[in-house]
Structures are given as C-alpha cells and as structure tokens.
Unconditional design. Sequence first.
Length: 97
Amino acid sequence: MSTVSKMFLSLPSSDELFSQSMGRLFGFGIQEARKQAGLSIEDAARLSGMEASEWMAVEEGSVPQDVNRLRAMADAMEISFDKISTLVLVCRAAWEL
C-alpha cells in the first residue's frame, strides 16, 4: 500500500467531517454569544452550573446532548433559548456524531 493510500485511510469520512464542522460552528456561536454577554468562560460556566472545562469543550465543538444544559447556557448568557435553538437547528448535523 502506498504512503498516500495509508494517509487517506486514517481520515474521517465526509459525514464525520461535516458533523465535526457543524460542532465547531455551534461552538463558535456559543463563544460569540458569551463574549457579547461580557462573560469569561469561567463566569459563564459557573452561572450555568458547568465546569469551565465543559464550557471550553462546547466552544471547541463538543455539543451538549441535554436540552437542560442548553437552557442553562442560554440563561447564563441572558439570551433567549430560541437563539440557542436556532443555532442548534443550523448546526443540527453536529448531533449526529
């Protein structure tokens, strides 16, 4: 097997790449909302009942699977749950990981 063939065997499928990209997009949206709220990661995490490492993971593309976690994040940033819901709909492929 050639070196090029071996390299491509280790790449994720296009579906996985798309889901990961949507997770990153969701995380970017959360990061921007947090910054607009004037919150540090630590403050946002504390207000939502999360660890700072959990919040950072979301901003890096790990998507929460629990609607209550999303509600707590919206409350912490003082934004409507509808805004996070819209972001979820736009990035829904991230939940197919």
